[in-house]
Design a protein around this ligand. Structure first.
Ligand code: GLA
Length: 341
């Protein structure tokens, strides 16, 4: 039986202002849900997911319950299938997906799709529970051992605010973003896919370090110095210092201190480039070009890296010139919800 009312599940993408490759080690992150969102217009009912997409070709017919989301085609339907598998859903929906989030750009298009799917499937729980289900769904659908940042930013976003998340507990504190601080997302033109990237290797390197010296976000610098393998040592150094930067950035942001925030973003980029090695020459050049533009206070790679976008902090009068292949001024937005069409 189908319900009559046509509903729309809306889930925002996110930009991470600072704090990358810290979430899966129980560290701090400071993302913000953005106005670029994924929507699913749906009619609940039936014993399958029937999905089409405004951006991708193919129609997905996914019988419920889902046992193995990795085998689902077309490949974009693995994410909704992963959510149905995690929830153990036996009642589905007919849905049309439409997204303003560029895929493969580091803006969490996959997390937004997962969160919107869970809501369309009738998920009824807190934003944290929603995010945990969707993180597990992504891991199950893609094999990428991601953390919780993207799903939690999408589920728990608040207009006008960034989210300071302690990923040891998944506790969220909303930090007001002053109007005079403008954030831009600038695309490098380099698309990337995490399942073919070194994401899992980076996480494994961090886990090697943590097994030797304990939790990285609070590790003593002396302990990090005892790590013999220079690669493992550098990864641990990144996580430790990035968490300090996130803490300082949350204060700078709340105080409207663009100079301090910008400087921390630049330091974060250098750490992700040198210690964590997830930048690319194209992204580094884009960050450098951004920092030369009048009115720009800071710039860094955002998200997992290996390509995608940078995030730029700029004064309202900034002139970004011809920067990037595409760009968006992003506003902090509300988290995921279901609305009547
Ligand atoms: C991806 C993952 C997140 C996080 C970032 C890097 O977006 O999904 O969990 O690890 O990379 O900060």
């Amino acid at each position: 039986m189908r319900e009559n009312a046509r509903l729309r599940a809306v889930a925002p993408g996110r930009v991470n202002l600072i704090g990358d490759h810290t979430d899966y080690m129980g560290g701090l992150v400071l993302p913000m849900a953005v106005h670029l969102a994924t929507t699913i217009e749906f009619d609940r009912g039936g014993d399958a997911l029937e999905l089409s997409s405004a951006q991708f070709s193919g129609v997905a017919h996914v019988p419920l319950p889902v046992m193995d989301p990795t085998a689902v085609t077309p490949s974009w339907a693995r994410y909704p299938a992963g959510v149905a598998a995690e929830l153990g859903s036996t009642t589905g929906f007919v849905g049309r997906i439409d997204s303003a989030i560029p895929p493969g750009a580091g803006l969490s298009s996959s997390a937004a799709l997962e969160v919107a799917t869970a809501l369309a499937l009738g998920f009824d729980g807190s934003p944290t529970e929603l995010a945990r289900v969707c993180r597990d769904a992504e891991q199950r659908a893609t094999g990428v051992p991601c953390g919780i940042m993207d799903q939690l930013a999408s589920a728990a976003g608040r207009a006008g605010h960034a989210l300071l998340i302690d990923c040891a507990t998944d506790e969220v504190r909303h930090v007001e973003v002053p109007d005079e601080l403008e954030f831009w997302v600038v695309h490098s033109g380099e698309q990337r896919s995490l399942d073919t990237s070194a994401y899992a290797t980076r996480r494994a390197e961090c886990e090697t370090a943590a097994a030797l010296i304990g939790a990285l976000p609070s590790a003593a610098h002396d302990a990090i110095a005892t790590l013999h393998d220079p690669v493992v040592r550098a990864r641990a150094h990144h996580v430790r210092t990035e968490c300090d930067r996130v803490r300082a950035a949350a204060e700078a942001l709340g105080a409207g201190d663009a100079s301090a925030m910008g400087a921390l973003m630049v330091e974060s980029h250098q750490s992700l480039r040198d210690d964590f090695e997830v930048s690319t020459p194209g992204i580094d050049a884009l960050v450098d070009a951004a920092l030369e533009r009048p009115g720009v206070r800071g710039a860094r790679i955002t998200g997992a890296g290996f390509g995608g976008c940078i995030v730029v902090l700029a004064d309202p009068i900034a002139d970004l010139g011809e920067l990037g292949t595409d760009r968006w001024q992003v506003r902090p937005s509300d988290g995921a919800r279901v609305v009547a069409k």
